[in-house]
Design a protein around this ligand. Structure first.
Ligand code: FDA
Length: 504
């Protein structure tokens, strides 16, 4: 009847998906990965795979008429964005009513567009967020495994202290110190040796050419170079690109039947396919996996899903802010696009904040210090299925971000007072605004571990159905999330393969 059967299907190719596919392949299980985005390995007309940051073209964005950069303005002028043709580009901004969410699209998911910051959470906070997960096991086994597989590396301190490319970070560190605040180096998956060779003129420039959110042409060890390459290397895993999973139903024999739309890169529908499988792993990210399950519950194709599907979503307390420095305190025209230092005030009992010192790689002196603050915001959003659009709509209001803004403000007010400096009000769109409170890079939750699933990501109400990605984490993890997503996926898949997949 035209339906292909495979033992295991993994939806998505981000962190959770990539971990699951590799371990399934190693266990000898034939596995198909479905990815709605493209494989990014073909150079465009300019000889590069990815578009540059300053003159983005259609490769930059997922079906938009104009790019939607997070720092959309300078002196309230929209200098960063360009009109483009709708195309299966690498960065998506999903615009809900009062919150926008940036996500990666393509083989590697978020790893293609993210800043590569590879941070394990403070153990005490991990235990607070996921109290039913054995933290000793995580910190002894799965975090180290994730770091080594992801090829996390550390910047050489001597180079960091001397290179012009991190002057912006040293300036912010000095100002934080004046306010009594400490900083820490932030590990990364960008190859810092490559970056040093870029600086020395011995390697093609990527981080030192402002590349990051629309893809790095060099230097970044994204998932296609790590987990996914290893998964394909097992000989058991294949990846179908420009294939979007739309519906999931369970058949009488317990297997799952998916409908999948295949499109070309301009969005034209090429085929609607049916694929069936015994084990189904959802790694489509917090938005993607939650939407698939919510649609299945609300349209009755998986009616036994719990009411917890769609609940417990949060933006990881993301707030961006910027400060204006005095003219005698320039931050440098040359800035690496890869952050390497964070202000660590997480142990502050009133307002815990971990604030990464972000670059503003404009190619000219801006006197701007930019930050991505991660705060502890207890507010949570909920997804609701909207039948008219067949989409999951996020119920989250702007004022739910007030606790996060207040926490960021309390830290940066201290820094401004100690340095007699001010905020910049012109960088986050047309309004006069010092804090971006309307977008996140870190969507978390929607299918929370231990609530929508059991303690290993097995979806409640169904057998052989799993969630493997950021939707398991209940809205906050206190640091950039991908190392936690990876480590948790490693922990869960080990158990699932042993007990559900390969057990006699
Ligand atoms: P992820 O979102 O990575 O992957 C999901 C994949 O599924 C995507 O490829 C998507 O196209 C695909 N998909 C979705 N629905 C589908 C469907 N129905 N059918 C088929 N495919 C489907 N984190 C961090 O730790 N350090 C950092 O420095 C940064 N920086 C950063 C910058 C920017 C610009 C962004 C957008 C994000 C970050 N992040 C980050 C966040 C990090 O990238 C994010 O947390 C992870 O990528 C989430 O991993 P998941 O496995 O949950 O899904």
């Amino acid at each position: 009847d035209g339906t292909a059967f495979v033992p295991a299907v993994v939806i998505g190719t981000g962190y959770g998906a990539a971990v699951s596919a590799l371990r399934l392949g190693e266990a000898g299980v034939r596995t198909v990965m479905l990815e709605m985005g493209q494989l990014w390995n073909q150079p465009g007309p300019d000889g590069n795979v990815f578009a540059g940051m300053l003159k983005p073209d259609k490769r930059s964005s997922w079906f938009k008429n104009r790019t939607e950069a997070p720092l959309g303005s300078f002196l309230w002028l929209d200098l960063a964005n360009r009109d483009i043709d709708p195309y299966a580009g690498v960065l998506d901004r999903v615009n809900f009513d009062q919150m926008s969410v940036y996500v990666g699209r393509g083989v590697g998911g978020g790893s293609l567009v993210n800043g590569g910051m590879a941070v394990a959470p403070k153990r005490s906070y991990f235990e607070e967020v996921l109290p039913r997960v054995d933290s000793a096991e995580m910190y002894d086994r799965y975090f180290p495994r994730a770091n080594s597989m992801l090829r996390v590396n550390h910047i050489d301190n001597g180079w960091f202290e001397s290179t012009e490319w991190y002057k912006f970070a040293r300036v912010s560190r000095d100002q934080a110190q004046k306010a009594g605040l400490g900083t820490v180096h932030v590990p990364n998956v960008y190859d810092f040796d490559h970056m040093r060779r870029e600086a020395a003129g011995e390697a093609p420039r990527s981080a030192l050419a402002g590349e990051v959110i629309y893809g790095n042409n060099h230097g970044k060890q994204s998932l296609d170079k790590t987990y996914l390459a290893a998964a394909l290397g097992t000989g058991k895993v294949t990846i179908e690109t420009l294939h979007q999973a739309r519906t999931i139903r369970q058949q009488k024999d317990g297997t799952y039947l998916l409908t999948v739309e295949q499109r070309d890169a301009d969005g034209r529908l090429l085929a609607t396919k049916e694929i069936s499988c015994r084990h189904l792993f959802l790694g489509a990210g917090s938005l993607g996996s939650t939407e698939l399950l919510l649609r299945a519950r609300e349209t009755g194709t998986l009616p036994n899903l719990s009411s917890e599907i769609g609940a417990g979503w949060g933006p990881n307390g993301n707030i961006m802010t910027a400060r204006a420095n005095h003219v005698w305190n320039p931050t440098g025209a040359n800035q690496s696009s890869i952050p390497a230092l964070g202000i660590d005030d997480w142990d502050n009992p009133q307002n815990p904040v971990f604030a990464e010192i972000a670059p503003m790689p404009a190619g000219l002196e801006t006197w701007v210090s930019l930050y991505l603050a991660i705060t502890k915001n207890p507010e949570r959003g909920t997804f609701a299925y909207d039948a008219a659009t067949d989409r999951a709509a996020l119920r989250w209001t702007r004022d739910q971000n007030t606790p996060a803004v207040n926490a960021a403000k309390s830290l940066f007010d201290r820094i401004n007072r100690a340095n007699t400096t001010m905020y910049r009000y012109d960088l986050f769109g047309k309004q006069v605004k010092a804090f971006s409170d309307d977008f996140t890079y870190h969507p978390l939750g929607g299918c929370v571990l231990g609530r929508a699933t059991d303690d290993y990501g097995r979806v409640k109400g169904y057998k052989n159905l799993y969630v493997t990605d950021g939707s398991l984490i209940p809205g906050s993890i206190g640091v950039n999330p991908f190392v936690t997503i990876t480590a948790l996926a490693e922990r869960n898949i080990e158990r699932v393969i042993r007990q559900d997949v390969t057990a006699p």
